[in-house]
Design a protein. Structure first.
Length: 308
């Protein structure tokens, strides 16, 4: 670890989650059949001081205590690939402005092919962005588009003001990405986020996010993938911090605002990419062993398009 980073520590669970997700991307990138290639991910894992050592290669999972944890799960690779594909497809359709809420240490502006006209806004906690900038400088990494670091916690109301101040243009169609932030938002915070996104979206804008109804959040918080992660880290990464207040379902909220909405299940998306998650989420290693909670709401990857 560089001495330059020695005083930086993870300040809250969202920051810790960013490191765990980065570890998962590093491991996924090391797999022979990896769904993504994030060559910078390992650098960030090594730069962050946390109480335990997280793996960055598949071989490091053995004996690390992380073999059953989310850092070893292929879910991280599936989610990253789904969001990558969403952004690239939006850009191919003419969307040249993207906003990513809580990207953590992901490096899409660096690792994916973008035209020079692409504007990429990362709305993230200032401390995390500062460390990210240092590691990127040390790696001599250069973005493949116009990258804008927006140093504000996206859970706070002032993110909209900060985004505009960074050069965001609400008259241009935007691709919005929120991979995991909905888990941490209060009901009012989520409502405010959707209201602001809709207000800032020109016709032709798109969005993609991971979406889970409250019943599934409760189920997942007690799943061994999360409890093993907590054991690996020595601190609870999700269950006591996730917010399950009653709220309007995100798909219904978007439809009411005029968005065209589509939901894909995580399992189906994984199978389409050639990866089965059944063994990871089932005690017996097959579909029959998965007992998802009964819910009136669908879950998975939520996609929206605002018609032109």
């Amino acid at each position: 670890m560089s001495e330059e980073h020695a005083d930086w520590t993870v300040s809250d669970t969202v920051g810790l989650s960013a490191v765990v997700n980065c570890s998962a991307r590093a491991v996924e990138s090391d797999r022979p059949d990896g769904l993504i290639n994030d060559p910078l991910a390992a650098r960030f894992v090594h730069a962050v001081r946390i109480p335990t050592t997280l793996p960055t290669q598949v071989d490091e999972l053995r004996g690390s205590g992380a073999a059953g944890a989310m850092v070893a799960s292929r879910f991280g690779g599936i989610r990253a690939r789904v969001m990558d594909d969403f952004l690239l497809a939006a850009n191919a359709a003419g969307v040249e402005q993207a906003v990513i809420f809580s990207p953590g240490f992901d490096t899409r502006a660096y690792r994916l092919d973008w035209p020079s006209e692409m504007d990429f806004y990362e709305v993230e906690q200032p401390g995390l962005l500062d460390l990210k900038a240092k590691v990127l400088r040390e790696a001599h990494a250069q973005p493949r588009c116009a990258r804008h670091a927006v140093g504000v916690d996206p859970r706070r109301d002032e993110w909209e003001f900060s985004l505009r101040g960074a050069g965001f243009d609400a008259t241009r169609p935007t691709a919005w990405v929120a991979e995991g932030i909905l888990l941490y938002l209060s009901a009012q915070g989520e409502a405010d986020l959707f209201t602001a996104v809709h207000k800032l979206s020109a016709p032709g804008s798109r969005l993609a996010m991971q979406y889970m109804p409250a019943e599934l959040i409760h189920w997942f918080a007690e799943h061994t993938a999360l409890t093993d992660t907590t054991a690996t880290l020595g601190t609870d990464i999700g269950s006591v911090n996730w917010n399950t207040e009653p709220r309007q379902a995100a798909p219904a909220r978007l439809k009411a605002a005029g968005w065209e909405v589509r939901l894909d299940s995580v399992m189906d998306r994984g199978l389409a990419l050639g990866v089965s998650l059944y063994e990871e989420f089932s005690a017996v290693g097959d579909d029959a062993g998965i007992e998802f909670p009964v819910s009136d709401e669908p879950d998975g990857f939520l996609f929206g398009t605002l018609p032109r």
